[in-house]
Design a protein around this ligand. Structure first.
Ligand code: NAP
Length: 227
């Protein structure tokens, strides 16, 4: 286990986000979450989570959360929701939900150079430079369904975060599945060779995100991961 970090969670109320909060607290890190509904985090608060009420789409809320946390690391597990998990379900979030949220976080990082934070962002296999290595059947499914909007948003996050000059890690999991943590396989070549039906449990992703917060070996890289 590494030295205790101050971690600011953006998206901590989501399915992966809650697992990241639990994993980080179990490693004795100090965890603050900016969440729209703090009442949805009662169990985590009892385990030591600090919550700040607000949304990453409002830069003043991000400033308050940042001032509270003074984070060594910001972990982002946002998702731009559709009406259901079906690939064809209607998009119900703003088109740049993730890009505008991360843009606010990066702006606040720049306002606080003395804090020396890095940002670890959960994305998806197929985002940005990994698109070329997604199986052509999966590419077709993405392009023909409403999942493409999530990829466009992830791409904007990657482009704008790289351009900001801040230290980042883009973690790109393959298809998410339920289940306990399992061994994580990494592809540091944008996912070239990842099997078409590869999957990874959310718990495995959560552990990997916390490892990225604790260690520097993935800084300024975009590992694709699967079980
Ligand atoms: N599905 C897959 O197979 C797959 C594969 C690889 C990667 N991914 C990626 O995994 C990531 C996380 O997915 P997940 O399933 O863990 O997410 P999730 O459970 O849907 O959680 C979404 C999070 O985003 C927040 N959020 C949503 N809309 C918001 C808004 N308008 N304003 C502020 N916050 C908002 C939610 O906050 P509230 O609780 O306040 O709503 C929640 O914390 C996504 O980026 C996705 O692209 C998915």
């Amino acid at each position: 286990m590494s030295a205790s970090k101050r971690i600011l969670m953006i998206g901590g109320s989501g399915r992966t986000g809650k697992l990241v909060v639990a994993e980080a607290l179990s490693h004795k890190h100090t965890v603050t979450a900016l969440v729209r509904k703090p009442e949805s985090m009662t169990a985590e608060t009892q385990s030591g989570l600090i919550t700040v009420a607000g949304t990453p789409l409002n830069i003043q809320d991000v400033r308050r959360a940042f001032a509270q946390s003074q984070p060594d690391v910001i972990i982002v597990t946002l998702s731009a929701p559709r009406a259901s998990d079906s690939p064809f379900a209607a998009v119900i979030s703003p088109p740049r939900l993730m890009a505008d949220s991360v843009s606010n976080v990066v702006a606040v990082m720049r306002e606080n150079p003395n804090v020396k934070s890095k940002i670890v962002i959960m994305q998806a296999f197929g985002a940005e430079t990994s698109w070329q290595n997604l199986h052509c059947v999966m590419q077709l499914l993405m392009k023909k369904s409403n999942m493409i909007y999530q990829y466009v948003d992830h791409d904007a996050v990657a482009k704008e975060t790289r351009a900001s000059g801040q230290t980042y890690v883009f973690v790109r999991p393959s298809r998410l599945v339920e289940g306990t943590s399992e061994k994580v396989r990494e592809w540091d070549n944008d996912g070239k060779g990842v099997p078409m039906m590869a999957g990874i449990t959310r718990e495995s992703v959560a552990k990997f995100l916390v490892e990225c917060a604790e260690r520097r070996q993935w800084d300024n890289s975009a590992p694709v991961i699967a079980n």
